[in-house]
Design a protein around this ligand. Structure first.
Ligand SMILES: [Zn+2]
Length: 403
């Protein structure tokens, strides 16, 4: 499986300037490429091929006076910026034609120097190197200090350097890891992603949002309010914006850390994990959708999926429009819809008393088992799950792939 491993970088002032230059050049090449394709389209010409585009906005551009400075950064960085543009176009076309499932993909957009997150990517061709003294050597940038919070499992195939909204630098390596199935265990679990709590398991375990996260979220909300009151263009507004960015990062870190620990524990303790598909879940289609997505469920579910694949566990999304909160998990009687404020109910048929969320989790478990039995034998697990996109730029002490 390919996974991302991220580490904090501490570039010197000179290296920061070199990185800023590289971020800028990558952005310019990306935008030049996008503009060339848009102009061609507007003029009724055919789509500019990847090779042709690279010749135009990199090779030829370097020879002109106004783009001569592109020569100051690694050519690989520029090629990779164009590769990103090409991927964005391919995804957009695939989405248009219906070959790509899921949400519609928008056409590529211009990158701005004001973007919160700046990235450049070096592949093997760029000859980046991990030095014996622990530094990361990047061509035309230098040997950067890295905080190695853990070991890389294998030689990385690429490294993305990220500068986040708070001005922190990270190196995100893509590495090949070997799948290491864990010894089999008995339990299976159904998980209901809740509103009052983060999640509820079919064995009755209620998982609340951690206190650090709640506290960080409260502070963020306050800082956002403070920011909105500051006069535009004032020094105080700049300060308030930095504060909001920092708290944002803190919330994201806490959330990711929590999701990692929880998903690891669940995958380790259960042979099979079933989760309601968020696209199908009733909540995601309602007004509650925003808070639902804020809770970071999709990132959590993705972690469950790739960790299950990696450690030889079974994972499935339960993608049916089954009203999991309306059916008695003990006898199967359908009891009709209940408003959200009803947390507990008694089954009219078998008199079982149910907690709403635990009952839902049990129904998810039951539905998952049925699906798994039906698919028995024919079940093919994908051997390679790409490192989830959300893992990019994972922060400092967090360990994305750790079990
Ligand atoms: Zn019942």
């Amino acid at each position: 499986m390919r996974l991302r491993y991220s580490f904090r970088l501490y570039p010197t002032l000179g290296q920061q300037q070199a990185l800023a230059r590289a971020f800028g050049c990558a952005r310019v090449v990306f935008n030049d490429g996008l503009r060339a394709r848009q102009d061609a389209h507007a003029a009724g010409q055919s789509y500019i091929s990847d090779v042709e585009l690279s010749k135009r906005v990199i090779t030829a551009a370097k020879r002109t006076e106004e783009r001569a400075w592109l020569g100051e950064v690694s050519a690989v960085v520029l090629q990779q910026a164009l590769a990103d543009l090409n991927t964005a176009y391919r995804n957009f076309f695939a989405s248009l034609s219906g070959r790509r499932k899921g949400r519609k993909v928008a056409p590529p957009r211009y990158r701005s120097r004001k973007d919160n997150r700046q990235t450049i990517r070096f592949t093997k061709n760029a000859r980046f190197a991990l030095l014996d003294n622990g530094r990361l050597r990047l061509p035309k940038i230098g040997d950067i200090e890295v905080r190695w919070s853990r070991d890389l499992p294998s030689e990385p195939s690429s490294v993305t350097v990220v500068k986040d909204a708070c001005g922190r630098y990270y190196a995100s390596f893509v590495v090949q890891t070997t799948d290491t199935p864990l010894p089999e265990v008995e339990p299976e679990v159904g998980i209901d992603l809740g509103l009052t709590s983060f999640a509820v398991c079919s064995d009755g375990t209620v998982i609340g949002n951690p206190r650090v996260l709640r506290r960080a979220e409260r502070r963020l909300k306050k800082a956002q309010k403070a920011l909105s009151r500051k006069a535009k263009g004032s020094r105080n507004r700049v300060k308030a914006r930095v504060r909001v960015a920092k708290l944002h990062a803190k919330v994201a870190d806490a959330r990711r850390d929590f999701a990692h620990k929880l998903s690891t524990r669940i995958v380790r303790d259960n042979q099979a994990v079933y989760v309601e598909d968020l696209c199908v879940s009733g909540l995601a289609r309602t007004r509650l959708a925003k808070s639902v997505h804020d809770a970071g469920w999709s990132a959590f579910v993705n972690m469950l999926e790739y960790k299950a694949a990696r450690y030889g566990r079974y994972f499935a999304r339960i993608g049916r429009f089954e009203p999991t909160s309306q059916v008695c998990s003990a006898c199967g009687v359908k009891d009709g819809p209940k408003p959200l404020h009803i947390r507990e109910w008694t089954c009219p048929a078998c008199r079982a008393v149910h907690d709403r969320d635990v009952n839902a989790a049990r129904n998810i478990l039951a539905a998952g088992r049925v699906d798994r039995l039906n698919a028995c034998g024919a079940q093919v697990r994908p051997g390679l799950v790409p490192a989830p996109r959300g893992e990019a730029g994972t922060h400092s002490k967090l360990t994305p792939a750790q079990v």
